[in-house]
Design a protein around this ligand. Structure first.
Ligand SMILES: [Zn+2]
Length: 117
């Protein structure tokens, strides 16, 4: 199971050679665009928010314990918990795929002074 958790969380979003602290979310530009932010935090892009809400509703229905622990965990830790859940994992791979499709469809934020290679 650990191998699969690492594989899913190590999949990368497209990245430019920009310092990490300047890799701001292409939707909100208020936080670093990492997996946890995109998958569980960013509240600006309507389709992403809708996708997340549907995903969480399904995951919480499949594994009610995840809804109990959700408010108390850091987003990354919650992602690990979902992937580790035998009930929740059936839905998480599709959510990650669909969420990253939305991200890839939007133009990446490039800070002034940086360019794509
Ligand atoms: Zn954001």
């Amino acid at each position: 199971m650990t191998k699969y958790i690492r594989l899913i969380l190590s999949s990368t979003l497209p990245r430019a050679p920009i310092p990490r602290h300047m890799r701001l979310c292409r939707f909100c530009r208020a936080a670093v665009e990492d997996k946890s932010h995109v998958l569980l935090e960013c509240a600006v892009h309507g389709p992403l928010v809708d996708l997340r809400e549907a995903f969480l509703a399904q995951v919480f229905a499949l594994d009610p314990n995840l809804e109990v622990v959700f408010p108390g965990l850091a987003h990354y830790d919650f992602l690990v918990k979902i992937i580790a859940s035998r009930r929740g994992v059936v839905r998480v791979a599709r959510y990650i795929f669909e969420a990253f499709q939305l991200v890839r469809a939007a133009k990446m934020f490039i800070p002034e002074g940086y360019n794509l290679p």
